[in-house]
Design a protein around this ligand. Structure first.
Ligand code: HEC
Length: 173
């Protein structure tokens, strides 16, 4: 009887260890590229807003993103492709290191998700045009990994009148 009890408590302890190890492993499973994109997207310093305005915009009719509000910002490299009113210049070509972040809002105050385009030509996650695609929730969990190379994004972002995939000019003229 005593032996069975010891065995049982040993099993329970083992089970606990397995559960703890498993939950740690799950955390590690967030890909490095998604962590990198999240860190860059959530550090808002030094970014320039589309049309120089941080006001939230109603999502457009063409949006493939579920959240009702958005705003888009460009890091210093990407911002070189903005014109005098803060729209993308015609025929823009974004240089290595360009970061374009679309903040998607659940309501007027709650940031829900980041949609990210990052130009990093030699990254193994980059598509044929050198862009890495990120889709990461505000809490850092991943909606669609950058390792998927934008497989659910590219078709829509390749539509007529895109500029190097950018659609803001088309839907917010
Ligand atoms: C069905 C079409 C569609 C799909 C699918 C889609 N998008 Fe978009 N995206 C848009 C439109 C339209 C805009 C312009 C803003 C708006 O109205 O939402 C936009 C804007 C953006 C922007 C801001 C830069 C710009 O000017 O386009 C980023 C970054 C972005 N999307 C990333 C993504 C990522 C990452 C995915 C895939 C996980 C994705 N998009 C899937 C339609 C789409």
């Amino acid at each position: 009887m005593k032996k069975t009890k010891t065995l049982l408590s040993l099993l329970v302890t083992l089970l606990f260890i397995i559960i703890i190890l498993y939950s740690c492993k799950k955390d590690d499973e967030i890909e490095a590229i998604d962590k990198e994109l999240y860190n860059m997207a959530s550090a808002t310093d030094g970014f320039t807003w589309f049309k120089f305005s941080s006001a939230l915009l109603d999502k457009s009719s063409g949006s493939g993103h579920p959240q009702p509000y958005l705003r888009v910002m460009y890091n210093t490299v990407a911002a070189t492709q903005l014109d005098s009113v803060g729209k993308i210049i015609t025929g823009a070509a974004f240089a290595e290191g360009s970061l374009v972040v679309k903040e998607l809002y659940e309501n007027s105050t709650t940031l829900g998700r980041y949609a990210v385009l990052y130009k990093k030509v030699n990254d193994p996650n980059a598509d044929v045009n050198g862009w890495v695609w990120g889709y990461i929730n505000a809490d850092g969990s991943v909606a669609e990994s950058g390792t998927k190379k934008g497989s659910s994004c590219i078709n829509c972002h390749s539509q007529a009148d895109n500029i190097d995939y950018m659609l803001m000019n088309k839907y917010f003229p």
